[in-house]
Design a protein around this ligand. Structure first.
Ligand code: BG6
Ligand code: MG
Length: 219
C-alpha cells in the first residue's frame, strides 16, 4: 500500500461554512423569479457547480429560459454571493481547520484545495488561509464537476503525489464520489448515514489528528 503523503480539502463546508451565503443568494434569485426553495433542497446543491445548481433550481421552480438568460441569472446570483464573501473574516474558518493544516505542514504532508468554486481565491484571502495550501485547484481550473475526479486528480498532480497517496476531506456526496473515483482515501465531514462511501466520517476537522490519518494507511 502507498503511504499517504498529501491531504486535499474541499472548501465550502470543510474549511469555511459558505453554504449559508450560497443559500441566501440562490433564495434571493428564486424569490425574484417568484418561487421559493427549501434548505433541504439546498443540501442537494452542495459540491455542485454554479451552472448545474442553477439548472436544478430552475427545474424546481418550473422555469424554462434561454442559455443567455441563464448566464445572466448566474452572474446576478454570483454578484450577491461575492458581496457577502468579501465581508468574511478569519473567525469564519471552521473549528480546528487552521490547527490541523499547521500540524500537517509540521509533519511533512503536502496540502491542496480541491473545490468546485470559482470564488476560492477571494475566500482564502479574506480568511487568511492561502499560505497553508501548496496548491489550489478550483472551478477556474477544471472542466468536469464533481463527482468527476478531475479536481482531485489535478490537485494530486500539482503536488507531485500519486492519487493513491492522497486523502480527500469532503462534506458533499458528489465530492466523496469524486475522491473514490480518483482512487483516493476519503474522510467525510458530516454524518456516516449521508457520506456512506467515505472511509471514515468525522463531524469536523477539530477532531482530526495525525493518528486518525495514520489509521487510514492501514485500512
Ligand atoms: C461548491 C459549493 O464548493 O462550489 C456549491 O458546494 C457551489 O454550492 C460551487 O455551487 C460553485 O461555487 P461558485 O463560488 O463558483 O459559485
Ligand atoms: Mg463542500
Amino acid at each position: 500500500m502507498t503511504k499517504l503523503q498529501a491531504c486535499l480539502f474541499d472548501l465550502d463546508g470543510v474549511i469555511v461554512d459558505t453554504a449559508v451565503y450560497h443559500y441566501k443568494a440562490w433564495k434571493r434569485l428564486a424569490n425574484e423569479l417568484r418561487f421559493d426553495f427549501s434548505e433541504q433542497q439546498n443540501e442537494q446543491l452542495k459540491g455542485i457547480s454554479r451552472m448545474d445548481s442553477l439548472e436544478l433550481i430552475l427545474g424546481w421552480g418550473g422555469v424554462t429560459i434561454s442559455e443567455a438568460e441563464k448566464l445572466d441569472l448566474a452572474t446576478r446570483k454570483n454578484n450577491w454571493y461575492v458581496e457577502m464573501i468579501t465581508q468574511m473574516k478569519p473567525e469564519e474558518i471552521l473549528p480546528g481547520v487552521r490547527e490541523f493544516l499547521t500540524i500537517l505542514k509540521g509533519a511533512g504532508y503536502k496540502t491542496a484545495l480541491g473545490s468546485a468554486s470559482k470564488n476560492s481565491g477571494i475566500i482564502l484571502e479574506k480568511v487568511g488561509l492561502a499560505d497553508l495550501f501548496d496548491a489550489v485547484i478550483d472551478g477556474n481550473s477544471v472542466t468536469a464537476s464533481k463527482p468527476d475526479p478531475e479536481v482531485f486528480l489535478k490537485g494530486a498532480e500539482a503536488l507531485g503525489v500519486a492519487p493513491e497517496a492522497c486523502v480527500v476531506f469532503e462534506d458533499a456526496i458528489a465530492g466523496v464520489e469524486a475522491a473514490k473515483a480518483g482512487r483516493m482515501k476519503v474522510v467525510g465531514i458530516g454524518v456516516p448515514e449521508v457520506l456512506k462511501e467515505a472511509d471514515i466520517v468525522i463531524p469536523g476537522l477539530h477532531v482530526m489528528s495525525l493518528e486518525k490519518l495514520a489509521a487510514l494507511n492501514r485500512s
